[in-house]
Write a protein that binds this ligand. Structure first.
Ligand code: ADP
Ligand code: GLC
Length: 509
C-alpha cells in the first residue's frame, strides 16, 4: 500500500456533526485511513452547532474571498486536530452577510422540518471555498474524495476553473454516492455562482437536467471514478428509474467507472463489550449482559418485563426511503403480533404523528422517541431482540450491521446494502443471519416478521442465530483496502492524463 495524501470533502462527520449514516462513514473511513498510514484531512462546513470533541486543538488558517457570481464572498478557515490521532479537520466558515452555516440544523430547519431554501447556494459555496482552501493548504493531495451532492461540484471545478493550477496537477477525484434520493436540483441561475456562463446550459448538456441543474449529475460526469456504498446498490442505480431517480442513464454512461464498496462500521464505538452507553456488557460467548440491556430498555419504555414478548427496534430517519408506509399499512397486523416495538426517529410530520398516536394509544406495546439521541440508539440496538428495516431502497444501511454485532436479529427488505449483508436464516441448515423479504409489500414484511418470531420461540436456535450474526466482521479494515485500490486506479488515470474535461464530458453526449 502506498501512503497517500487524502482530502475528504463532506457535509457530515461524526461526532462533530451527524444527521445519518454519512457522518458515521466519513469519520470511520478517515480514522481507518489514518491508521493505515495515509495523511488525511476532512473538510467540513463550520456549522453553528459543530461539536468539537474535548481536547481537540483549533487554530486559525486564514481568511480569503471566494469567487461568487460577479463578486466574491468572504470565508474563514480553521484547522482542528484530534491529538489522539493524526486526523485533521479543516472547517469552512462563511463570514458574508448571509452566514450560510450560522443556523440551527444541517440541511433542514429543525422547526419547520423543511430543507433550507438556499441549500444549493450553501453547499456550492462550501465546495468553492474548499477548493480555495486546498489551493493554499501547502500540500499536494493525491485524492480528493467527495461525498454526495453537497460536494459534487468539486471534481468539476478541478477539471475546469482549476485546470492550470499546479497544486492539483496530480490530484485525482473520487465521488461517492451515499444516497441518490437527494440530488440537489435547482434552477440554472446557480451556474453563475459556480462560475459558468449560460452558454454551457442547453438541452442534454452536462449541466442540464430537465431544464434545471442537477448537482449529482455534475459529480457523476466529472469525477475520475465513482463509487457507491454497496455492490447491489451500484447495480440498482443503473438498472431502473425506481433506484436511479432519473440518473440511471447518466450512470450507465459511466458504468465502467462505477464501483460498489460496502461500508464498514466503527467497531470501537459500536461494540457491546465496551459500549459506554450500555447498562451491561456482553459478547458472543456470554450473552447474559444482553438480557440486562433488554430489561433496562423495557423499563425505560414503560413495558412490563416479559421475556417471552420480543422487542422489535427501529432507529431511523422517518422518511419515505425507510419504508414507513409499510408500517402504516400493517398497523393492525403489527399490533396483533406477540411483540413490542421501540422506535427512535426524527423526520416527516406524517410519520411522527402516526407513531405518536400508536405510542399514546398502546403504551404497553409501542414506544416512540422523537429526538436525535445517540445513547438511546445504542440502547435500542443492545436491548432489542429484532431490528426492523423495511427500506424502499437502502444504499448501504448501518443499523443492520450494528444489529448483527449486538446479537439483535435484523429483519430487512432485500435492497442495496441490506441485500448484501443479511441472509435469510434457514432453521434446518442453520445458515443465514436474519430474515429477508423481497417485494415492497406489507404482507411480505409481516411474513418475514412471523418467521422471525417463530424462531425466537426456540431459544437454542435463536442463540445460534444471534451468535452467527455477531461473528460477522463489519470493520472498516476490508472497506478501506477497497478504497486504497480505487484511489490507486484514479491516480493512475491522472498520471496517464485520462481525466474528464469540459470537452470530453460535453462530447460524450
Ligand atoms: P441513513 O444514513 O440513510 O439515515 P444509515 O443506516 O446508514 O441510514 O445510518 C443511520 C445512522 O443514523 C445510524 O448510525 C443510526 O443509528 C443513526 N440515527 C438515525 N436516526 C437517529 C436518531 N433519531 N437518534 C440517534 N441516531 C440516529
Ligand atoms: C446514506 C444511505 C445509507 C448509507 C449511508 C452511509 O445516508 O441512506 O444507506 O448507509 O448513506 O453511506
Amino acid at each position: 500500500m502506498t501512503p497517500r495524501s487524502i482530502g475528504h470533502l463532506a457535509s457530515e462527520m461524526a461526532p462533530l456533526v451527524k444527521v445519518g449514516g454519512l457522518g458515521d462513514v466519513v469519520s470511520a473511513l478517515a480514522h481507518e485511513q489514518v491508521r493505515r498510514g495515509h495523511r488525511v484531512l476532512v473538510v467540513l462546513p463550520r456549522y453553528r452547532d459543530l461539536a468539537l470533541p474535548p481536547g481537540w486543538r483549533v487554530h486559525e488558517f486564514g481568511t480569503t474571498r471566494v469567487p461568487w457570481g460577479v463578486g466574491h464572498e468572504p470565508v474563514r478557515f480553521q484547522i482542528a486536530e484530534d491529538p489522539a490521532t493524526d486526523l485533521r479537520v479543516l472547517t469552512i466558515e462563511h463570514t458574508g452577510d448571509r452566514r450560510f452555516f450560522q443556523r440551527a440544523g444541517v440541511y433542514d430547519d429543525p422547526v419547520s422540518r423543511e430543507g433550507y431554501p438556499d441549500n444549493a447556494e450553501r453547499f456550492l459555496f462550501f465546495s468553492r471555498a474548499a477548493v480555495e482552501a486546498l489551493k493554499g493548504f501547502g500540500e499536494q493531495f493525491d485524492v480528493l474524495h467527495c461525498h454526495d451532492q453537497q460536494t459534487a461540484w468539486v471534481p468539476c471545478l478541478l477539471r475546469t476553473h482549476q485546470v492550470d493550477e499546479p497544486v492539483f496537477d496530480r490530484t485525482a477525484t473520487v465521488f461517492t454516492i451515499h444516497n441518490l434520493g437527494y440530488q440537489g436540483v435547482v434552477d440554472p441561475w446557480v451556474l453563475g455562482l459556480a462560475g459558468f456562463s449560460r452558454e454551457v446550459f442547453y438541452p442534454q448538456s452536462p449541466f442540464e437536467y430537465h431544464d434545471r441543474v442537477n448537482f449529482m449529475k455534475v459529480g457523476i460526469l466529472f469525477a475520475d471514478l465513482i463509487s457507491t456504498v454497496s455492490p447491489t446498490y451500484a447495480l440498482e442505480i443503473q438498472s431502473s428509474g425506481e433506484y436511479g431517480f432519473g440518473l440511471e442513464g447518466v450512470l450507465r454512461r459511466r458504468t465502467g467507472d462505477v464501483r460498489g464498496i460496502l461500508n464498514g462500521i466503527d467497531d470501537t464505538v459500536w461494540d457491546p463489550a465496551t459500549d459506554r452507553y450500555l447498562d451491561a456488557h456482553y459478547d458472543r460467548d456470554d450473552l447474559d449482559g444482553k438480557r440486562a440491556c433488554r430489561n433496562a430498555l423495557a423499563l425505560a419504555c414503560g413495558f412490563p418485563l416479559d421475556p417471552d414478548l420480543p422487542i422489535i427496534g427501529m432507529v431511523s430517519r422517518l422518511v419515505e426511503q425507510k419504508g414507513l408506509d409499510l408500517i402504516e399499512r400493517a398497523e393492525h397486523a403489527l399490533c396483533d403480533l406477540p411483540a413490542r416495538f421501540v422506535v427512535l426517529g426524527v423526520g416527516q410530520p406524517r410519520y411522527m404523528q402516526f407513531l405518536r398516536r400508536l405510542a399514546d394509544t398502546r403504551p404497553l406495546q409501542w414506544h416512540f422517541e422523537t429526538a436525535h439521541d445517540e445513547a438511546l440508539a445504542h440502547r435500542i440496538e443492545a436491548g432489542s431482540d429484532l431490528f426492523l428495516m423495511p427500506s424502499r431502497y437502502e444504499p448501504c444501511g448501518l443499523n443492520q450491521l450494528y444489529s448483527l454485532r449486538y446479537g439483535t436479529v435484523p429483519v430487512v427488505r432485500a435492497t442495496g446494502g441490506l441485500a448484501d449483508t443479511v441472509r435469510e436464516f434457514d432453521p434446518v441448515t442453520r445458515e443465514g443471519n436474519g430474515f429477508v423479504f423481497h417485494g415492497y409489500s406489507h404482507e411480505e414484511m409481516l411474513m418475514a416478521l412471523r418467521r422471525a418470531l417463530a424462531v425466537h420461540a426456540e431459544p437454542e436456535l435463536w442463540r445460534e442465530l444471534q451468535r452467527r450474526g455477531m461473528a460477522r466482521d463489519s470493520s472498516w479494515r476490508a472497506a478501506a483496502q477497497h478504497y486504497d485500490r480505487l484511489y490507486d486506479e484514479a491516480i493512475d488515470r491522472v498520471a496517464q492524463g485520462r481525466v474528464p474535461t469540459l470537452e470530453s464530458v460535453r462530447d460524450s453526449f
